[in-house]
Design a protein around this ligand. Structure first.
Ligand SMILES: N[C@@H](CCC(=O)N[C@@H](CS)C(=O)NCC(=O)O)C(=O)O
Length: 206
């Protein structure tokens, strides 16, 4: 039996990658402690994760890094139905990677536009981040009927986090053209696991 003191999820207040992991703990009802840390002041984490990133999961004396590995690990220790459907496993993990790519580009775009003095910002890079985000959302929209099922799965969790983060840090304009995803996100954001994990106040980039 897993005890809450066995697992510590180091998370950030706005990380979409951390949100994915937290949602998995909620859906699979995995007891754990969550610590929201200021990553820029968390030198203690380097010993476990030299990239010093959230999310990082500590399980006993093992550290698990990267949100995908954490979600797989949480799924593996749960006795609930897996969030990775066997019959469409490769489509599911591919969709997760595209959703992760949206998050990575949105994070990079946000850093470039909010933490770098305007005269040093790279407009070509910003344009590339935005193109990748919008092209990926359109790609997911076209696959909507394949991956949106009654039952929640890991790819749906990743896509919901990616879309919500895009609206939070970049723009909600993607909703105009991608109406199926927009409607679906509206429904899924009513779930407790989405409400409980809404982004909080971020720490200053340093
Ligand atoms: N591939 C990683 C990405 C995690 C990531 O980029 N985390 C960001 C917060 S959203 C972070 O910790 N940034 C601090 C830094 O890289 O210095 C994952 O999936 O967990």
């Amino acid at each position: 039996m897993i005890m809450s003191e066995d697992l510590i999820l180091y998370n950030g207040p706005t990380s979409p990658f951390g949100r994915k992991c937290k949602i998995v703990t909620l859906i699979l009802e995995i007891p754990h402690q969550e610590e929201k840390i200021n990553i820029y002041k968390s030198r203690f984490l380097d010993e476990h994760n030299p990239l010093r990133q959230v999310p990082t999961l500590i399980s006993g004396n093992r550290a698990i890094v990267d949100s995908d590995n954490i979600c797989l690990y949480l799924d593996s220790i749960s006795n609930k139905k897996s969030l990775f459907p066997k019959d469409r496993y490769w489509d599911c993990v591919t969709m997760i990677s595209i959703a992760n790519g949206i998050m990575e580009n949105a994070v990079q775009r946000f850093i470039e536009t909010s933490a770098i003095p305007i005269e040093e910002q790279r407009s070509k890079a910003i344009e590339r981040f935005e193109k990748k985000i919008l092209r990926s959302i359109e790609w997911i929209e076209n696959k909507h009927d394949e991956f949106v099922k009654e039952e929640i799965t890991m790819d749906q969790i990743a896509v919901a986090c990616a879309l919500d983060y895009t609206s939070f840090r970049f723009s909600s304009e993607w909703k105009i053209k991608n109406t199926k995803l927009s409607k679906w996100l509206e429904e899924i954001t009513k779930k407790d696991y989405m409400k409980i994990t809404l982004p909080g106040e971020s720490f200053k980039y340093e």
